[in-house]
Design a protein around this ligand. Structure first.
Ligand SMILES: COc1cccc(CC(=N)NC(=O)c2cccnc2OC2CCNCC2)c1
Length: 385
């Protein structure tokens, strides 16, 4: 199919393959080459820079997303990012408010479009690049196919380029020109009865509900000695573990200690992180997951699916499978219904053994203005929210 917008952008074309050479697709430009004016919007709409610290504005962002953001393929579920989660996701160290971009009905009217960028140092095939992580692209359901999304993408690109940043990374459930990696997602039932009631999972053949509940039961307490919540004092040690571990992946972020503190220090209802402290009081392993509930569309009894998403995990003195089993136990303790993971990093080593089932979709990873060879899921060391 022709991609009227994407074929005008510095992204690899669908069939393209690149040898070992990596590099920008666009000719090199400077900030002064970038237009100073925002892109024109269709009549009746205006740009706005969102202030996520303003209670009224964050509520408008929450409402736009919870009513109009990504649904599963069968439109049974829709992501329901919380306000606390959005403030966490959009305010890492060095964030720029001008990269929290909205579209309103003219005259400060209703928020009908949104897209965000946050700064990140990304390493890909041995090159370290300052990028923007693009997320939360959303157009109100009533304004679809008015070609608003391409304008949102061009305007966030302009604002990113004005800060002398020329590459971006983003993910999507749809195939666009062109993925650098195609990942699968897997789900581990924690509350199988609810998952079956809401249609997220189905009772297996020759399985009863009682047998299914027993199959997915996990202990009440973590099994590894020394598992405890991460605290601020652990940041330097966890930074060392994560930085060293991520180096083995072809695509990975290069975190500062401040970024590890921001992304991994526990925040109730947002991000959970546990470390394993050995007999000598040293932190040797870390696991984490974030909370991204989904609205259950049109269900009489249940409104929300409580989902935990695997985040940053480093097992240096125990098998990764044992660390992730404790992550499941800790997620169940926090009343999550399901634990999701992608087949990235070394996750394939535990998915089947820990009774994850494969999901029905793909998560595609993309780089903007960067040509490079494709990367297998096991070479992806980047988790986007
Ligand atoms: C269960 O509720 C859903 C509501 C909306 C979409 C999907 C399917 C889906 N698209 N899932 C994922 O993209 C996904 C599955 C496993 C792990 N991370 C994921 O996406 C993350 C990362 C990208 N931004 C969204 C959250 C499920």
């Amino acid at each position: 199919r022709e991609h009227l917008f994407w074929d005008t952008q510095p992204v690899p074309s669908m069939g393209s393959e690149y040898g070992q050479d990596s590099g920008p697709l666009d000719e090199l430009r400077t900030v002064d080459d970038v237009r100073a004016e925002p892109y024109p919007l269709p009549d009746k709409f205006e740009w706005c820079t969102c202030n996520v610290d303003d209670d009224k504005e964050i509520d408008e962002i929450y409402t736009l997303l919870t009513e109009n953001y990504v649904e599963d393929d069968d439109s049974m579920f829709r992501f329901d990012y919380s306000i606390h989660f959005l403030r966490w996701a959009l305010k890492p160290p060095e964030f720029l408010r001008s990269w929290h971009l909205g579209v309103r009905v003219q005259g400060g009217g209703k928020l009908v479009g949104f897209i965000t960028g946050i700064p990140a140092k990304i390493r890909v095939f041995e090159k370290s690049i300052q990028m923007a992580e693009i997320n939360f692209l959303c157009v109100h359901k009533r304004l679809r196919s008015k070609r608003l999304a391409p304008v949102l993408i061009k305007e966030i690109t302009r604002r990113v380029n004005r800060e002398n940043v020329w590459q971006a990374v983003y993910t999507a459930g749809v195939v666009l020109p062109r993925p650098i990696s195609e990942c699968r997602y897997w789900h581990r039932s924690l509350n199988p009865k609810k998952l079956i009631e809401v249609g997220f999972s189905h009772l297996g053949a020759r399985m009863t509900m009682a047998r299914t509940i027993k199959l997915y039961k996990v202990p009440d307490m973590p099994q590894l000695p020394g598992m405890r919540e991460m605290k601020k004092e652990d940041v330097p040690r966890v930074h060392g573990l994560v930085l060293n571990y991520l180096r083995k992946f072809t695509l990975h972020p290069e975190f500062t200690p401040e970024e590890v503190e921001h992304w991994m220090l526990p925040r109730p209802g947002v991000v959970y992180c546990y470390v394993r402290e050995n007999e000598k009081g040293e932190v040797t392993d870390v696991c984490s997951f974030y909370s991204l509930p989904s609205s259950i569309l049109g269900h009489a009894k249940h409104n929300t699916l409580k989902a935990a998403y695997s985040y940053w995990n480093v097992a240096s003195t125990v098998p990764l499978q044992d660390l992730m089993y404790d992550a499941l136990i800790l997620a169940k303790q926090q009343d999550f219904d399901v634990f999701n993971a992608l087949d990235i990093m070394e996750n394939e080593s535990f998915l089947k053994e820990l009774k994850f089932g494969i999901g029905d979709g793909y998560l595609q990873y993309y780089l903007y203005n960067w040509k490079c060879p494709r990367i297998e899921p096991r070479g992806i060391g980047l988790v986007l929210l």
